[in-house]
Ligand binder design. Structure first.
Ligand SMILES: Nc1ncnc2c1ncn2[C@@H]1O[C@H](COP(=O)(O)OP(=O)(O)O)[C@@H](O)[C@H]1O
Ligand SMILES: [Mg+2]
Length: 218
């Protein structure tokens, strides 16, 4: 595998007359936790969507796990989207298994993995409840489990701590660090305390333009 799990170069996106992502370039190295930081509206989610091939950039290129964001490459990627997408009337277990199956797991692999992950986030007892009965934080953890279910090589988390109480923030960070130690690869947005390196983007009058790349200790 290449050294970089994600490389974006010159990414640009304009909605109407507003350029919300303007010539953004950065790379995430294998094994690193990377924070992509910036105020609301500065174009982080739009950049992530282009990195995953959900949105087509107006200019620039993406390489993820060494290739453009094609479907088969994305099987190696876990994604926690900013907007919550689990079907409300579905049981927690079924909602996660459905996505695990789409990512190529067998039924049994999915069940084993879901049991293990739900125990880790203390939601095993809730596995047969409908998604709509979960609190916001619990739903966020279920979404997190969904991003990890197929044991991806690389995960992208958009606002991962949104809705979590402090204990669950710590739990999620610990699970991320544990996976990093075991050889996983993370790109964590807004994860100020677990990031090793990140890009800070300016907003305000200069909204949408990258301002500075900040290199942390790791
Ligand atoms: N599909 C879209 N159409 C028009 N404007 C959009 C669209 N998606 C995002 N925007 C706008 O682009 C800007 C950046 O949004 P976003 O990438 O969600 O920022 P962030 O994730 O940093 O908060 C915002 O002003 C937002 O309203
Ligand atoms: Mg966003």
């Amino acid at each position: 595998m290449t050294e970089n799990v994600l490389q974006v170069e010159g990414l640009t996106k304009t909605f109407g007359t507003r350029t919300v992502v303007d010539n953004v370039s950065f790379e995430v190295k294998r094994g690193e936790i990377f924070g992509f930081l910036g105020p609301n509206g500065s174009g982080k989610t739009t950049t992530i969507r282009m990195a995953l091939g959900i949105l087509r950039p107006d200019a620039g290129s993406v390489s993820i796990l060494g290739l453009p964001p094609y479907r088969n490459v994305l099987k190696g990627v876990g994604y926690l989207p900013e907007e919550r997408g689990l079907p409300r009337k579905t049981l927690v277990l079924d909602a996660i298994r459905y996505l695990g199956r789409l990512k190529g797991l067998t039924f049994t692999e999915a069940e084993d993995r879901i049991d293990e992950l739900l125990r880790k986030v203390n939601l095993y007892e809730h596995r047969k409840k409908k998604v709509e009965t979960l609190s916001r934080g619990m739903a966020q953890l279920v979404q997190f489990v969904t991003a990890l279910v197929h044991d991806p090589k690389f995960i992208i988390l958009d606002e991962p701590f949104s809705g979590l109480d402090p204990l669950n923030v710590e739990l999620m960070k610990e699970m991320l660090l544990e996976r990093q130690r075991a050889g996983g690869h993370y790109h964590v947005q807004h994860a100020c305390h677990v990031r090793r390196r990140g890009v800070v983007r300016a907003c305000g009058t200069d909204c949408g333009r990258p301002s500075a790349a900040v290199r942390g200790p790791g």
